[in-house]
Design a protein around this ligand. Sequence first.
Ligand code: UDX
Length: 486
Amino acid sequence: MRNTAQGFGPETNEGGAGARPRLTVIGTGYLGATHAVCMAELGFEVLAVDVDAAKIDRLARGEVPFFEPGLDELLRSNLAAGRLRFTTSFEQVAAFGDVHFLCVGTPQQPGGQGADLSYLHGAVSALAPHLRRRCLVVGKSTVPVGTAAALAARLTAEAPAEGVELAWNPEFLREGFAVDDTLRPDRLVFGVASASAEDTLRAVYAPITSRQDTPVIVADFATAELVKVAANSFLATKISYINAMAEVCESVDADVTTLARALSLDDRIGGKFLRPGVGFGGGCLPKDIRAFLARADELGVGHSLTFLREVDEINLRRRERVVELARAAVGGSLAGRRVAVLGASFKPNSDDVRDSPALAVAGLLASEGAAVTVYDPMAMDNARKARPELSYAPSVTAAVTGSEVTVLLTEWAEFAELDPAALGGVAAGQTVVDARHALDPARWRLAGWTYLAPGRPAMPAAAVPAARRRRPTPRRARAAFSAAQA
Ligand code: UDX
């Protein structure tokens, strides 16, 4: 036997002292590929499986199918060291592994708000019938609360071996920092139903916990599942909070960037996830808050999460606001106007365009008849696939040439370095909408551009002619007072 009733410990399994449990990773998307590579980097033997043979071929050749800083190098060195292998055979995976990590995607249901669990159930269907010895199956995917209990029951019913157990161990990695977040996590959460499962997870993560002080939270399944969605909901709420402040700022010509900075200096609030702009996107936050709401409704506690509906709506309104600024910049109608869009990925240092606010805004502009040309340093291929109706340019200069308004939608570092004077020379109209507050307004204004940004006054207070400044006339003061009382 490879493991003991106390779980897998570095000294307890087959192979003698110092041997470690053998790991498998099911699903080699963003989460799974990163997890497989990082666990091999920690010294484990890892076998990863996916139903997508083309993806498995690429990974086995040392190619990461998406952009993630540092992951290629670690993939290649661990393949070369023989610790990491890829397969499409679940039978092989079941025979190999002591611990199986479920890392498949749980996207938003097509046409619904809840999570689509078909990949997760598919993975269990493919694995369970081959499990012929004791092992621990560990869920890492983000799931509606209650999923782990259901999967545990399925494993008991469908695995031929006795002692096939489930644990839930949510993952918090951010794209762009995935390697570091996996090797040096803020915390580890173990949702377990037995001491043996906890011991096994402690053995698996010992290479991390032994070299740094990583807090381990041991919980039941439901709490472990909830930690992930609660964390993502909190982050989304923080972003929508500051974007709601941006809406208020817009109504009184106040500056949300200054407001956010002042708030961030309060230790209790902090500045992280308090950057206003065009809002959140990506493969996690938007679908996770919707799935959480859908699950809460099913559980009869939808009222507790009503605010998340507003969080989602504020987020989507920010996209409309950016379109409004661009529309106003070209005189009230976008039909037939040429718009340059800088950025397509949902955040910088990523080629991911899933639920990208940048592409959503580009699509909204095009739907109003604008001729939209998009440039992104890394996400061009994915953007073309997602939005083939848009035009794409090979550089910022090419995108801006002839454009009547330029809209910055992803805060790539290279955009902050652009030369506004040179771009002014090729643009047909010098208005820039800086939807991410990534540019230096003074530099752009000095070069002759009209600088617009959500949540900021169209002109800085000092530059607004005295006649245009809103003074609290008695009539305005009375109106404001009545509104406040209403
Ligand atoms: C997120 C969570 O951070 C991570 O813990 C979880 O495991 C997966 O989801 P990720 O999707 O990689 O990670 O992106 P993140 O860096 O969180 O950014 C999400 C979105 O919020 C991006 O579109 C980003 O531009 C936006 N954002 C972030 C803001 O608009 N303002 C901010 O202050 C921070």
